[in-house]
Design a protein around this ligand. Sequence first.
Ligand code: KIV
Ligand code: ZN
Length: 385
Amino acid sequence: MGQEFVQIFDTTLRDGEQVPGCKLNKEQKIILAKRLDNLGVDIIEAGFPISSPGDFDAVHQVSKVVKNAVVCGLTRAVEKDIEVAAQALKPAKRARIHTGIGTSDSHIQHKFRSTREKIIERGTAAVKYAKTFVEDVEFYAEDAGRTENAYLAQVCEAMIQAGATVLNIPDTTGYCLPEEYGAKINYLMEHVPSIHKAKLSCHCHNDLGLATANSIAGIINGARQIECTINGIGERAGNTSLEEVVMIMRQHPDLGLTTNIQTKMLSETSQMVSDAMGMVVQPNKAIVGANAFAHSSGIHQDGVIKNRETYEIINPHDVGVDTSSIVLTARSGRAALAYRAKNIGFELTKDELDKAYATFLVFADRKKEINDDDIPEILKTAGVS
Ligand code: KIV
Ligand code: ZN
């Protein structure tokens, strides 16, 4: 089966950077933008240029250094925002303006005190105005997750007619279930007459822990761009995690979908973002957490030592991790102790291992984790070295 291409739109430097305490300075944004470019992302959303002079400058400088990816700037459906974004993006080899407006009844009534018709008019005017500066214009229908599908289809058709090349369908509040979000994308694929002229994009938030599942449901139903961040950082509970969606496509060739991402750079990129933002990655985070390839229960360790694939569906090398780790705790078995002792030069007979294991459990009950440095002492106390 031929593989279809899904574009990766990275918004670490925009939605990710909105997180309290995660603000990046211009230099940090430039370093991370170069890294994201090398990682193979297709679009880098570098910031929201009208938001501050510093962000304007950061987007401007990022536009100068990015070699391959499209550089994108966010705007509201406001002329001044669009003018400022176009100016900030001027040095980019390939620039995209990302403009849009809320489309759910909640946003229309409470935020804009407007009507559905007027929202379409404002969106249309914004897209047309953005088109006077750049060819590549993406429109976001904010809170699309809670927007009625029939109206959303009308919005999408109007934006394509106005010149939008990409239609972003954000689940801004992270409300949708995967079936619901997938069905929304499917509905748009079937009910927007000019959909063949544009690409649908998934932008999912993680308020219910469903951002990755929703994005995958979106691409299964025809979307061809995912908006995501490294480590899944972003407003509130975060955005779709780049490393997760990329590895899902890679580990499931049956989906017939592929990306440009150099997966061997994922682990180091995650660390760079975590260091720059001062935001620790939770140890059990899929793909890039410290425990993603660590095995600690005796049953699992025995399996992994015999054959890694018994308990690992991803080869750690594929995401830039040197090796799986066998962690020694009071829940570990003999196989793990023998394996770790052998790694540091102690080959134990069955009898020696039995003795050493009894001593190991006494040590391990006292300490959370047994390190390589503890092993010689355990063996000495057990009288086997
Ligand atoms: O979550 C959202 O709706 C957004 C838009 C501004 C794209 O971040
Ligand atoms: Zn968002």
